[in-house]
Design a protein around this ligand. Structure first.
Ligand code: FES
Length: 107
């Protein structure tokens, strides 16, 4: 069972990656060497180095951040936008395509 994450880097490079249901967008990137996501804290919501901007369609699917994530988004290396999320907090659902853009810097 897989889902797909399409990562667009700040320089426009697109990487399409299959991911396992239940894994996060951060884990899928780190496991497969997708550039642009660091994930320093391993997904425990304490580093903000997994910052991504989600597409409109993906935002409609996953919604905005929870309270703690929202606080952490104030500490990202690149300024947050309305569509910012921490990608360790987005878990892949079955048969779903996610589109995210990674910021220029994570640290
Ligand atoms: S990996 Fe550290 S907050 Fe997401």
């Amino acid at each position: 069972m897989t889902s797909t994450v399409i990562y667009t880097a700040a320089d426009g490079t697109v990487t399409e990656q299959d991911g396992r249901v239940g894994d996060s967008i951060m884990e899928t990137a780190v496991r497969n060497g997708v550039p642009g996501i660091v994930g320093e804290c391993g997904g425990s919501l304490s580093c903000a180095t997994c910052h991504v901007f989600v597409s409109d369609e993906t935002f409609a699917l996953v919604g905005g951040p929870g309270d703690l994530e929202d606080e952490m988004l104030d500490g990202t290396a690149c300024d947050r936008e309305d569509n910012s999320r921490l990608s360790c907090q987005i878990k892949l659902a079955e048969d779903t395509v996610y589109r995210v853009t990674t910021p220029e810097e994570q640290v």
